[in-house]
Design a protein around this ligand. Structure first.
Ligand code: FES
Length: 106
């Protein structure tokens, strides 16, 4: 399998069904940006800005937050139990069918 299906719900509640390649070493933030969804990614994927925060809606097991991700989410706003940083989520075949919602911007 090379592409997986991901549904990204934007901040207006609009669902974007996108295809994400599993063989290009991409993360979820980069997928959002490649489809021109409004993810700023100010830090470029270093887990230092939280502008790529999203909520995991489907029940995929993404594993634990890594240390950098956890530290950033301690400081960020609008954090929920299902918050993750998109830049810390590698696109793998296991994520086929993933549904995420972009967290508020401010
Ligand atoms: S892009 Fe900055 S934390 Fe993910």
């Amino acid at each position: 399998m090379e592409d997986i299906n991901i549904t990204i719900i934007d901040r207006e509640g609009i669902e974007h069904k996108v295809l994400a390649p599993t063989d290009m070493n991409m993360n979820l933030m980069e997928v959002c940006k490649s489809y021109e969804l409004p993810v700023q990614a100010v830090c470029g994927g270093m887990a230092m800005c939280a502008t790529c925060q999203c909520y995991i809606i489907s029940d995929h097991d993404l594993g634990e937050r890594n240390d950098d991700e956890q530290a950033m989410l301690w400081e960020a706003d609008h954090v929920k139990d299902n918050s993750r940083l998109g830049c810390q989520i590698p696109i793998t075949e296991d994520l086929d069918g993933l549904i995420v919602e972009l967290a508020p911007e401010d």
